[in-house]
Design a protein around this ligand. Structure first.
Ligand code: AMP
Length: 115
Protein backbone atom coordinates (compact mmCIF):
# COMPACT_ATOMS: atom_id res chain seq x y z
CA UNK A 1 0.00 0.00 0.00
CA UNK A 2 1.36 3.45 -0.84
CA UNK A 3 0.75 6.60 1.15
CA UNK A 4 -1.79 9.07 -0.19
CA UNK A 5 -0.13 11.86 -2.18
CA UNK A 6 0.60 15.03 -0.25
CA UNK A 7 -0.84 18.38 -1.29
CA UNK A 8 2.49 19.21 -2.92
CA UNK A 9 2.41 16.11 -5.10
CA UNK A 10 -1.06 17.14 -6.22
CA UNK A 11 0.21 20.64 -7.05
CA UNK A 12 3.17 19.17 -8.98
CA UNK A 13 0.72 16.95 -10.91
CA UNK A 14 -1.48 20.01 -11.58
CA UNK A 15 -4.40 18.29 -9.87
CA UNK A 16 -4.92 21.39 -7.75
CA UNK A 17 -4.01 24.96 -8.66
CA UNK A 18 -1.13 26.98 -7.25
CA UNK A 19 0.50 30.31 -8.03
CA UNK A 20 3.62 28.80 -9.59
CA UNK A 21 6.57 31.22 -9.85
CA UNK A 22 9.31 28.79 -10.98
CA UNK A 23 9.59 25.28 -12.38
CA UNK A 24 12.27 23.06 -13.86
CA UNK A 25 12.62 19.31 -14.22
CA UNK A 26 13.45 18.77 -10.52
CA UNK A 27 12.00 21.73 -8.60
CA UNK A 28 8.78 23.73 -8.42
CA UNK A 29 8.16 26.94 -6.48
CA UNK A 30 4.82 28.58 -5.72
CA UNK A 31 3.35 31.15 -3.36
CA UNK A 32 2.26 29.92 0.06
CA UNK A 33 -1.53 29.97 0.33
CA UNK A 34 -1.26 31.49 3.84
CA UNK A 35 1.61 33.96 3.58
CA UNK A 36 3.58 34.84 6.71
CA UNK A 37 5.60 37.62 5.03
CA UNK A 38 5.07 40.05 2.12
CA UNK A 39 6.75 37.45 -0.11
CA UNK A 40 6.29 33.85 1.05
CA UNK A 41 7.26 31.13 -1.40
CA UNK A 42 7.62 27.38 -1.11
CA UNK A 43 10.50 25.79 -3.03
CA UNK A 44 9.79 22.10 -3.43
CA UNK A 45 11.80 19.27 -5.00
CA UNK A 46 9.45 17.33 -7.25
CA UNK A 47 10.52 13.99 -5.84
CA UNK A 48 8.40 12.79 -2.92
CA UNK A 49 11.23 10.61 -1.64
CA UNK A 50 12.35 12.95 1.15
CA UNK A 51 10.10 14.03 4.04
CA UNK A 52 12.43 16.70 5.39
CA UNK A 53 15.63 18.63 4.74
CA UNK A 54 17.91 16.27 6.66
CA UNK A 55 16.76 13.32 4.56
CA UNK A 56 17.32 15.34 1.39
CA UNK A 57 20.75 16.55 2.54
CA UNK A 58 21.86 13.00 3.33
CA UNK A 59 20.64 11.48 0.07
CA UNK A 60 21.02 14.22 -2.52
CA UNK A 61 23.00 17.27 -1.37
CA UNK A 62 23.22 18.57 -4.91
CA UNK A 63 19.40 18.77 -5.10
CA UNK A 64 19.36 20.61 -1.76
CA UNK A 65 21.91 23.06 -3.16
CA UNK A 66 19.66 23.55 -6.18
CA UNK A 67 16.69 24.31 -3.87
CA UNK A 68 18.79 26.98 -2.12
CA UNK A 69 19.89 28.45 -5.45
CA UNK A 70 16.26 28.70 -6.63
CA UNK A 71 15.30 30.34 -3.32
CA UNK A 72 18.04 32.96 -3.74
CA UNK A 73 17.14 33.62 -7.35
CA UNK A 74 13.44 34.08 -6.57
CA UNK A 75 14.16 36.37 -3.60
CA UNK A 76 16.06 38.56 -6.05
CA UNK A 77 13.40 38.43 -8.74
CA UNK A 78 10.33 38.85 -6.53
CA UNK A 79 11.73 40.90 -3.65
CA UNK A 80 14.87 42.86 -2.74
CA UNK A 81 17.23 39.88 -2.67
CA UNK A 82 17.26 39.40 1.10
CA UNK A 83 15.43 36.38 2.42
CA UNK A 84 14.91 33.95 5.26
CA UNK A 85 14.98 30.23 4.50
CA UNK A 86 12.99 27.94 6.80
CA UNK A 87 12.71 24.16 6.73
CA UNK A 88 10.21 23.05 9.35
CA UNK A 89 11.21 19.52 10.35
CA UNK A 90 8.74 17.46 12.37
CA UNK A 91 5.23 18.10 13.60
CA UNK A 92 6.42 19.71 16.83
CA UNK A 93 8.33 22.26 14.74
CA UNK A 94 5.23 23.12 12.73
CA UNK A 95 5.72 20.84 9.73
CA UNK A 96 2.37 19.90 8.22
CA UNK A 97 3.40 18.62 4.77
CA UNK A 98 5.91 15.78 4.92
CA UNK A 99 7.44 16.42 1.50
CA UNK A 100 10.59 18.49 1.91
CA UNK A 101 10.12 22.17 1.14
CA UNK A 102 11.88 25.46 1.83
CA UNK A 103 9.87 28.45 2.98
CA UNK A 104 11.32 31.59 1.42
CA UNK A 105 10.27 34.64 3.43
CA UNK A 106 11.17 38.07 2.12
CA UNK A 107 10.10 41.68 1.93
CA UNK A 108 10.51 43.81 5.02
CA UNK A 109 11.17 41.24 7.72
CA UNK A 110 11.78 42.61 11.20
CA UNK A 111 15.36 42.63 12.39
CA UNK A 112 16.25 40.22 15.19
CA UNK A 113 13.12 38.10 15.04
CA UNK A 114 12.44 34.56 13.94
CA UNK A 115 8.67 34.72 14.00
P1 AMP B 1 4.93 23.30 6.74
O1 AMP B 1 3.94 23.71 7.81
O2 AMP B 1 6.32 23.74 6.96
O3 AMP B 1 4.79 21.84 6.40
O4 AMP B 1 4.48 24.13 5.44
C1 AMP B 1 3.39 23.80 4.65
C2 AMP B 1 2.94 25.07 4.00
O5 AMP B 1 2.12 24.73 2.89
C3 AMP B 1 2.10 25.99 4.89
O6 AMP B 1 2.76 27.24 5.05
C4 AMP B 1 0.77 26.13 4.13
O7 AMP B 1 0.23 27.42 4.22
C5 AMP B 1 1.18 25.76 2.72
N1 AMP B 1 0.11 25.24 1.88
C6 AMP B 1 -0.79 24.28 2.19
N2 AMP B 1 -1.61 24.05 1.16
C7 AMP B 1 -1.20 24.88 0.16
C8 AMP B 1 -1.65 25.13 -1.17
N3 AMP B 1 -2.69 24.46 -1.70
N4 AMP B 1 -1.01 26.06 -1.91
C9 AMP B 1 0.04 26.74 -1.39
N5 AMP B 1 0.51 26.56 -0.14
C10 AMP B 1 -0.11 25.65 0.62
Amino acid sequence: MTDAPTIFERIIAREIPADVVYEDDRIIAFRDIKPQAPVHLLVVPKTAAYPDVAALAAADPELLAAVVAVAKRLAGELSDGDYRLVFNSGANAGQTVFHVHAHVLAGGLAEGTLG
